[in-house]
Design a protein around this ligand. Sequence first.
Ligand SMILES: *Cc1c(COP(=O)(O)O)cnc(C)c1O
Length: 444
Amino acid sequence: MSAADLLERSLAAVWHPCTQMRHHQPGAATPLPLVPIVRGQGVWLEDASGRRLLDGISSWWVNLFGHCHPRIGAAIKDQLDTLEHVMLAGCTHPPVVELSERLAALTGHHLGHAFYASDGASATEVALKMSAHTWRNRGRAQKCRFVSLAGGYHGETVGALAVTDVPLFRDAYAPLVLAGTAVMSPDARQAQAGENAADVALRAAEALEAHLAAHHEETAALIVEPLVQGAAGMAMYDPAYLRHARALCDRYAVHLIADEIAMGCGRTGTFFASEQAGVWPDFLCLSKGISAGYLPLSLVLTTDAVFNAFLDDDVARGFLHSHSYTGNPLACRAALATLDLFRDEDVLTANISRARRLREAFDKRFAEHPQLRHHRAQGMVLAFDVADAPADFSRRFFAAALEAGVLLRPIGPTVYFMPPYVIDDVEIDHLMDGAAMALARALA
Ligand SMILES: *Cc1c(COP(=O)(O)O)cnc(C)c1O
């Protein structure tokens, strides 16, 4: 298929996600280019005309080790010739057992039970349902409402939208959604004069406490994205908030759900973002990076206490949730290969210097720019906000970045970088130079 062919046929037959399709059509004001990708290697994607693009956002935060990593590919090929799939109700298989055990070990066995699904929103749904069902099984069925953070994102199914506070994603479906309550985010950008990030975290914790004091009788769980609220525009906050939240949840008998779908798997500098606060949630959701962009996989890790609340001779007290592809062996092998890479290549240590190099290259291009605000970084996530950005800034920047050989997709006025963990020094310079060029053009 030629590039032109690919584009034309895609626009006719494929309904692209998270996109106003009109923006892809000829004649749109500020058209959004559609990029026909034919192969990938490391941090690079190649389009149908042979142009190379550096994947600066790990293809929506999933491709932790870039594209076509030989070890992950080999693990999947091996599994493909062994067992491609078997249902997980009534059957089990080596990859799902090994993955569950290794993830439990990574939590120090605080979260020793793994429940599987295939995408992030489903993991959110599993955690919400498990939490409310736990309280029901304990005779507290009125504890069935949820509290989340302002600007929080936990997926876009009708259930997950209950705790996703992004009006653009939720408003059209508001009548379908049993919305929970969003309390103040600890987003450090809200610091007032004389306040630091920890002060903002404390203020947000006070808001949470006020909510729980009034509503704990009907609240099942608090759900948060630990350390960085991704879709809110990489809103970063002090880990002290998670300690306050853990203590408040304990005091008011409310579960804590850590949605690490985006920020787990080393993105923030530790394998789990929650580790930086020194607390464990009651439920931990993983997806995106856990299978490194190879196959869809998500899971929820939880405690003995939750698991035991479902054990009974009565079937209806069990957790009967299921998806056809639950615990797919190929996806589990991709995840095991991902964990092997963390172990064998000491990725977290290597990322400390990689993150430092990224920050240097980032500061060199952007620190002094008069229109930029809130330069921030957490592990392998870097971001800044553009003041007075035009309404179509994100699309303009995306298009300009392609011209400069980088794939970046701002969230509103926030430009962010979440590169694969294999990016080298030369590629870091290419990424930041490309972004600087795109910024100049998008603001011209
Ligand atoms: C992406 C994301 C989700 C949803 O995952 P999908 O696989 O897109 O359904 C949930 N929570 C967070 C924090 C995410 O970043």
